[in-house]
Design a protein around this ligand. Sequence first.
Ligand code: NAP
Length: 472
Amino acid sequence: MSIDTASHIGHRASGTPHAVIDPSDGSVIGEIPISSEADCLDAVETAAAASASFAALSPRVRGEMLRRAYELMTAESEELARLVSRENGKILADARAEIAYAAEFFRWFSEEAVRISGDFRLAPNGDKTIIVTHDPVGVSLLITPWNFPAAMATRKIGPAIAAGCTVILKPAMETPLTALAIVDLLARAGVPDGVVTIVTPSPAGLAVSRMLRDPRVRNLSFTGSTEVGRLLLKQASDRVIRTSMELGGNAPFIVLDDADLDTAVAGAMIAKLRNGGAACTAANRFYVSRSIAEEFARRLSAAMASIRMAPGLTDGAGLGASVSIGERDKIASLVDASVAHGAVVLTGGVKPAGVGAFYPPTVLSLDADNPILAEEIFGPVAPVVAVDSDDEAIALANASEFGLISYVFSGDLARCMRVAKSLESGMVAVNKGVISDPAAPFGGYKQSGLGREGGFAGIHEFLESKYIGVDI
Ligand code: NAP
């Protein structure tokens, strides 16, 4: 694998070079050509031309391609992790965890490819037999964000290949090199030409709109911000394209008065600092029973203050850089605005001088009406709010347009389950700081998205159901 990606397998791009930057020091890691609208339409043509023959391959053959991709990705994990760390800024430990997670989507969907079940039964009034089968939905456009450049791509490519769909992948322009490396790896795993094509238009808007207007594109799978998701849903509606939307989050992290504080703080450190806080699943609002709030905030602040902030590949780094200076400055302004609204900084809270898109681990103590609690911070900032009852914690947690994941900590499992059932989110983590798993359905309620990735549901985002009614 190389990060010299000027002429890469499956990449349709003929335009001017785009520099990919290491956000920890501003250096250029590599350059890739930008895709024109014509390149993007050429990618659609390529995907459409490969569609029928790929769909006709047996599930076992497609599953074995994914299995080989899993094995290659595992064998090359260290090199891939270093690339992810450099272009994204995250620490190497997080990048290694991402590559392992990303590879698991290939393994999971290699197993799902051969388990696409249907239905066969007599109609209730006995006048026919109901047969339900599935067809691949067809050419799918996959758009991914920069925060998990490998896993967000494999979470879509895995089920698409398992289902028999050809795809066009459009990665975020901050992190295209990881996507190019994955497409290269898929070619070596035996995925035929034309099944996975990559495009890198910039700016993305016009080229993506043009692809969505092409009648050969049947499906859009998007992971990114709710703002862009809304825009794409409107565009997809013109041709009633199938959509899967994995959008923003604003995860509440609830700690009840009977929680084990060591467990809660350890969970908070994972839920907050994994990926430097740049995760849609990142704990974004901490609601803690008033009797333990001060002690929880004190212990969390001590743990956060002990983290070493350094470029992602540095030994002992516990927090890397944000993906860009712009992204880091967004975090800094959210913190500054929260302080102007009365938040008290317990640790961190000051943007460091010098090179690199760094922002320190920060803990804030604040009231429930502070505006930062309505924003997806996407950085290492933990706002802590004291609450007076389980019901208040639930009400505050649910008072959001987002509903991706929630966290609950308590020593009483029945109490956790009562709270979990009341939370308006697609996922609930109980006494754990991370629950993402390729074998489980990932997705949100409300404006956090539509559809599910992973689990048994993931492959169905790339399948159409066909009901055949017949008298047999
Ligand atoms: P973003 O700005 O929405 O960008 C995501 C992707 O959309 C990128 O490839 C981007 O391309 C592209 N894009 C931007 N504007 C577009 C437009 N007008 N038309 C078509 N495509 C467009 O999100 P991000 O900043 O990369 O990622 C952070 C967001 O992703 C957060 O909100 C996070 O919660 C969310 N996320 C959600 C999940 C989930 O599973 N729910 C997982 C990870 C991240 P360019 O790079 O070229 O702009």
